[in-house]
Design a protein around this ligand. Structure first.
Ligand code: ADP
Ligand code: ZN
Ligand code: ZN
Length: 765
């Protein structure tokens, strides 16, 4: 036995050893180290492998295979790859895409890869023992001259009887040997431990991807016959050249989704996969239902609401699919990186939505830009859909090179006219002695809901009970101790109230006495969703209410559950924040109301008008989707504001043209470019100093490139979660490269405690 073993060892040694270069997490850029790899692992470039770096387990990316060990390395010190985590995880085309994303976002390729891959797939592993997918620790016998104790001998004998003189560690421990005994034998050189993949090559285990059970057999829905506008849009999309971009501008309920589905069906039929993105996780359930009804098991879901396991399973399914089993992936922003190939189509529904932009952490990418890059590289079509297109996409239809094609759907499928908008002038209400949150006009309309069997949605810009709590005697507002924002009052289930910070999550009991003057006369100001619910309950007894905001939709399927209850008629009114305005299709809703539009109009942001009008038009689109006509009621102190006027006339294109002129004259985005550098640190003084130093470091290059630097200045909210925030804004010509040195150089001068993030083309300015 011993002799045979020795021969096999000699044979093994005569096989060419394989060396691989593995990119591992060390600093933000990652570093490449050489490891040895058992030939049996069959490693190739693009594989993810388990390795150790300074004793810590990591998953790294194989970037090169070597036939010989590099001359400057001593083979004796080279560590070995511990196991294959995922074969062919990164393909060259996909890596090239990420390279470009990392360039545009001005951050390292390693960071970008780590962001794009499923959580936990690249880089350091968390300290806690993370279950390693489908790999196992194996113990293998290697003869050693070191003497053995009798107990150790028992283990070695037992192992000799096992096939290949090896066994999984769990098996050996099940024989009754302790972990410390195993460790002693490894230390003596009698055992070698290594991670092994269970079912070779990283192929998914059967059943790892769960198909939705309800579809296993059920018949699939057939496509609807299209109306002439839909038909024309679809034909143009299908006839488009590869890499072509389309802007599908259609009012809500005009049948855009039907066009997406039929474009995706054509894509599948040609053996290519399609990707359908939606900005909000709350919109996923409805979209998934419609896609599953049409495509059954071809649908794959990917968003942050899924468990890590499910996301990994989805990723693996994409890697496997190829052209033999093209898929339709439905997901949020991060799904834009799914490794679908060949890819035929990317759809961005509600393309104007700012959730498509990642503001932090880096890379601060915009899914629309990534989608555009992907489509051009893969020869796929890009379909941007919205009832209220972004100014950028509107302009893309006029760009001189490769302009996007504008496709219009001007009518609702139901034939209903858009709901008329009624503006309630709150100044007048006040003048007439009516100072309630809910105007008389709105109250009258709500009173009749039940008898008519209709429903309403009411938008309240803020969640919680009231926006802030202030002292009537001295005016002091209760602030978060960690952030420069006021605390919001929230009501608990038992009716009691607490204070919460919406920025850092801090909570504290409601104070009964003013910290500044000792007065007990506290007054809540500004209405949140909870307070509106309370008022409606008091004034319209019998009206059944449901709240739809971030607090009430927590948990898996929180959105879906609430919407299902509302759709089933469990309530007459849905009171919610902005998420209410997006995409839901509820035929019995005939009234959409905004309680205080002013809060939305006054945001100190360049895009405030655009975003506010988009939101109000989206909300208006919720009313009158069924048979009965709808109505929109907007309460405001500023009825003459251009946004309100454009809402009334409903001509979004006229607003866009006016807004374009304004921005062109002032040379604002998108007629120029911006980049925001954000700094944050625990010391206000140190952060300010770092910002000033960074500005001086950058100034020559910025000015030479014809860019302008604004700041450094404290951020709009100057302190969050105890960290002081400063920013530097750069402004330059549209389409120009960022005038910045490499990221590492930018960071080099910063104190360790100060963080920096680079946000090219930020959404909020
Ligand atoms: P949008 O995405 O523009 O809001 P949808 O695609 O959701 O519009 O269409 C609105 C409603 O009309 C949906 O209930 C959809 O099933 C239905 N619909 C869409 N296209 C057609 C069609 N060609 N014929 C009949 N019904 C349609
Ligand atoms: Zn006071
Ligand atoms: Zn806070």
């Amino acid at each position: 036995m011993g002799f045979a073993r020795r021969i096999s060892t000699v044979l093994e040694m005569s096989l060419p050893p394989l060396w691989v270069q593995v990119w591992v997490e060390a600093g933000r850029e990652g570093r490449i180290f050489t490891y040895s790899a058992a030939p049996a692992l069959g490693l190739a470039v693009g594989d993810l492998v388990g390795v150790r770096l300074r004793g810590r387990p990591q998953i790294g990316l194989v970037v090169d295979t070597l036939a010989e060990v590099p001359a400057d390395l001593d083979p004796a010190v080279i560590q070995s790859v511990e196991g294959l985590h995922q074969a062919a995880a990164v393909d060259p085309h996909w890596q090239a895409l990420l390279q470009e994303v990392s360039r545009q976002c001005h951050t390292s390729l390693f960071r970008t890869l780590k962001t794009a891959l499923p959580p936990g797939w690249l880089g350091q592993r968390p300290g806690r023992a993370q279950p390693q997918l489908r790999t196992q620790l194996w113990l293998e016998l290697v003869e050693s001259p070191q003497p053995l104790t009798s107990r150790q001998c028992q283990l070695i004998d037992r192992l000799r009887e096992s096939p290949g003189s090896a066994a999984p560690q769990s098996t050996v421990m099940a024989w009754g040997f302790s972990r410390s005994l195993l460790q002693a034998l490894v230390a003596k050189g009698w055992l070698r431990s290594s991670r092994q993949v269970l079912s070779g090559g990283g192929a998914p285990q059967p059943g790892a991807v769960q198909q939705s059970p309800d579809l296993a057999g059920g018949p699939l829905e057939s496509p609807r016959p299209l109306n002439p506008e839909q038909q024309a849009a679809l034909e143009q999309i299908l006839a488009g050249s590869s890499g072509q971009e389309f802007l599908l501008w259609g009012v809500t309920g005009s049948g855009k989704t039907e066009v997406y589905l039929q474009a995706a069906a054509a894509c599948l039929a040609s053996g290519r996969s399609a990707l359908i993105l939606t900005p909000e996780i709350g919109l996923i359930p409805q979209l998934l239902d419609r896609c599953r009804a049409r495509f059954g098991g071809r649908i794959l879901e990917f968003h942050s609401g899924l468990s890590e396991r499910a996301r990994i399973a989805a990723w693996r399914r994409c890697l496997q699919a190829g052209s033999t089993e093209p898929l339709i992936a439905v997901g949020t922003r991060s799904a834009v990186f799914l490794p679908l190939a060949p890819l035929g189509l990317i759809v961005l529904d509600e393309e104007h939505d700012s959730s498509y932009k990642q503001a932090s952490p880096m890379p601060c990418y915009h899914a629309r830009e990534v989608a555009r890059l992907r489509c051009r590289a893969a020869g796929a079509r890009l379909l941007l859909g919205s009832a209220t297109p972004s100014l950028e996409s509107w302009l893309a239809c006029r760009r001189p090179q490769q302009p996007a094609s504008l496709l219009r759907l001007s009518r609702r499928i139901s034939g209903q006219e858009p709901a008329p908008v009624r503006v309630v002038d709150l100044r007048q209400e006040l003048a007439e002695g009516h100072r309630r949150l809910i105007s008389r006009a709105l109250m009258e309309r709500m009173e009749r809901l039940q008898e008519r069997g209709e429903q309403a949605v009411v938008l309240v810009p803020r969640r919680g009970y009231s926006s802030f709590l202030s002292c009537r005697s001295c005016g002091e507002v209760v602030q978060c101790p960690h952030c420069d924002v006021s605390l919001t009052v929230h009501r608990l289930r038992d009716g009691s109230q607490t204070l919460r910070c919406h920025w850092c999550g801090h909570r504290q009991p409601l104070t009964s006495r003013c910290g500044a003057c000792g007065s007990t006369a506290f007054k809540p100001f500004g209405a949140g969703t909870q307070r509106v619910m309370e008022q409606l309950e008091q004034e319209l007894s019998g009206l059944r209410l449901l709240r739809f905001d971030r607090d009430s939709t927590r948990g898996r399927d929180g959105h879906r559950g609430l919407l299902q209850r509302f759709a089933a008629g469990e309530a007459d009114v849905l009171v919610g924040t902005q998420m209410l305005a997006k995409g839901m299709d509820l035929p019995r809703v005939t009234l959409a109301a905004v309680l205080a539009a002013d809060g939305l109009l006054h945001r100190p942001d360049l895009r405030a008008s655009e975003h506010c009008l988009q939101l109000l038009l989206q909300l208006a689109g919720r009313a009158g989707r069924g048979e009965r006509p709808g109505e929109v009621i907007v309460q405001t102190y500023l009825p003459d504001h251009p946004v309100i006027q454009h809402l009334i006339d409903g001509r979004y294109d006229i607003f866009l043209e006016a807004e374009l002129q304004l921005r062109r004259q002032a040379q604002l985005v998108p007629f120029s470019r911006a980049c925001l550098l954000r700094l944050a640190g625990p010391s206000g003084a140190a952060t300010a100093t770092a910002a000033a130093a960074l500005a001086e470091q950058l100034r020559p290059q910025v000015e030479q490139a014809g860019w302008q630097m604004i700041g450094p200045a404290p951020a709009a909210v100057a302190r969050v979660a105890g960290r002081y925030r400063w920013q530097l804004l750069l402004h330059g010509p549209a389409g120009a490269d960022l005038p910045l040195p490499p990221e590492a150089e930018l960071r080099a001068g910063l104190a360790r405690s100060v963080s920096l993030s680079i946000d090219p083309d930020p959404i909020e300015l």
